[in-house]
Every structure is written in C-alpha cells, then in structure tokens.
Design a binder for this molecule. Structure first.
Ligand SMILES: [Zn+2]
Length: 273
C-alpha cells in the first residue's frame, strides 16, 4: 500500500499560497551530474498550479549564461506571462555581465513586460564589491518602483553585508532571500522597515526565530526557490512542497496566511482587500 508515488494523494494546503521565489530556464547540473538542465515556463507553471499556488514572483535563470541572447531571455519571460498574466510577477535577473553590455538599464528593460522587480545574486555577480554599480541599479529600482530580491548566504552575500544598501534605499522593498544567516537578516530587518525575508531553504528553527520576532510581522514571505528546491529532496517534489507549506502553517500558526499570501502583496505594494 502506498508504494507507488504516483498514487499518493497529497492533501493540499487549505490556504492560498503565493510563492515569492521561483525560477525557470537554464539551471545548474543536478547534483553529481555535469550537464545544465532546462526547466520550461510550462512545466514550472504546471508544477506550481498543482501545488495550489495562486501567484508567484519569478526570474529567469538563463540570464546567468552570458551567451544566452537577451531576446530569448525576454521570450522566456513572455512565455510565463502568457500562461499566468495576472498571477506571475516578473523580476528581471540582472547579472553584472548583462549590466556591462548596456549604457542604461532602461534599454535592458524596455521590452513590453510589466516588470515588478530585479533579482541580484551576489555569489554569481559581485554587486557588493562594486557599490557604484549596485547604487545605480538601486536608484533605477527606486525610480521605476521595482522591488529587489537579493540572494543571501555564501561567502559574498551574507545578509549583514546588505545593511548599507538597504538603509540607503528605504523606498525600495528588498527581499533578503533565504535570510541567511538568520540573526544577521533579523538585525538588518529591525533597522530597515523596507526589508522583507523570503523563507526559501530556511530551516524550521530559523523560521521559528523569525516567527518570534514582532518587528518582522508583515515582512516574511513564503518561497520555494524552485528549481533549486528540486535538488535537495528525499521525497517527490509534490510531497516536499506540500510538506513545506504545512511546516510554515505549523510554525507560524495564526500568522500563516500573512506569510503564505498577504505579505507578498505588501512587498509589491499591491492593494489588499
Ligand atoms: Zn533564487
């Protein structure tokens, strides 16, 4: 009984879910393999829909390959928007290589795409090591009303290293994605009301610490980091995703609907009814 995974019926979360951290496109090789993998907009959208996800922020990871043409990258964004025009919120994944090819960010983002944010990954591109570039990007985000998602955790991108930029741009809503290390992320969030934290890959203990921090109420975002999420599973992606939602519901209790949905609307300053 229950040995065939395909027959397992998974109880879906009885709540709406917004996933604040989604990627697709070209991605790193699977653990132990060497070839890059491709995740299409269709398969990613289908997976999220099957999980009961109502809406999500996404950025296209093919941007990390400098040889991937800009036009193709924009096609990938358009592909997701055609599947979910009102539910998928595009964040442009900006690398330093792409930034170096243009004189104005406006040129890069001129396509007919309703951009809502930028994704900056400081392990891949050394933004913090080049503050003049980062400040230009942030000034652009402020001017265009875009949110910014920063990867945190790693040699170059621990949360505390973002303190200065978060303080310098109080008008820009910033997601310290993963909130790593959690104490540093908390300290920055305490000082900067514009800082949010998405919980992708955060362990239960870290989430419990965040749940006990009153100043963070309203600023925690559920996120999966699909497809990176798929690399660390010992169950099927469906089961793992649902388990993750349940874990958030358990840890956050009465705050769970804010974390799972409502805060994502405040992050993008979308009216909540
Ligand atoms: Zn990410």
């Amino acid at each position: 009984m229950g040995t065939d995974r395909a027959t397992v019926v998974i109880d879906k979360a009885p709540m709406q879910v917004h996933d604040a951290h989604v990627h697709f496109g070209w991605w790193n090789p699977a653990p132990g393999e060497t070839a890059n993998r491709y995740y299409s907009a269709e398969q990613t959208f289908r997976f999220l829909r099957e999980q009961g996800v109502e809406s999500f922020y996404f950025s296209v990871s093919s941007a990390q390959d400098p040889s991937w043409p800009h036009a193709k990258l924009l096609d990938e964004y358009q592909a997701m928007l055609s599947l979910a025009p009102t539910k998928a919120y595009p964040f442009y994944w900006l690398t330093d290589e792409r930034f170096a090819t243009i004189s104005k960010l406006d040129t890069l983002l001129s396509a007919d795409i309703p951009w809502r944010g930028l994704k900056l990954h400081n392990e891949e591109s050394d933004w913090l090591g080049h503050p003049e570039r980062l400040w230009r990007v942030m000034a652009f985000a402020r001017e265009r009303g875009l949110a910014v998602q920063f990867h945190t955790g790693g040699n170059r991108s621990d949360a505390g290293r973002y303190r200065e930029v978060c303080k310098a741009f109080p008008e820009v809503h910033i997601d310290l994605a993963h909130g790593r290390p959690v104490q540093e992320a908390l300290e920055v969030a305490r000082e900067c009301p514009n800082v949010f934290i998405d919980l992708s890959f955060m362990d239960e203990e870290g989430m419990a610490v965040c749940a006990r921090e009153p100043s963070l109420s309203g600023r925690l975002l559920f996120g999966s980091d699909v497809p990176a999420f798929y690399d660390y599973l010992d169950t099927s992606p469906d089961e793992a995703y649902q388990a993750r939602i349940r874990e958030v519901m358990t840890v956050f209790g009465t705050q769970a609907s804010e974390v799972l949905t409502r805060n994502a609307r405040s992050f993008l300053q979308i009216d909540t009814k």
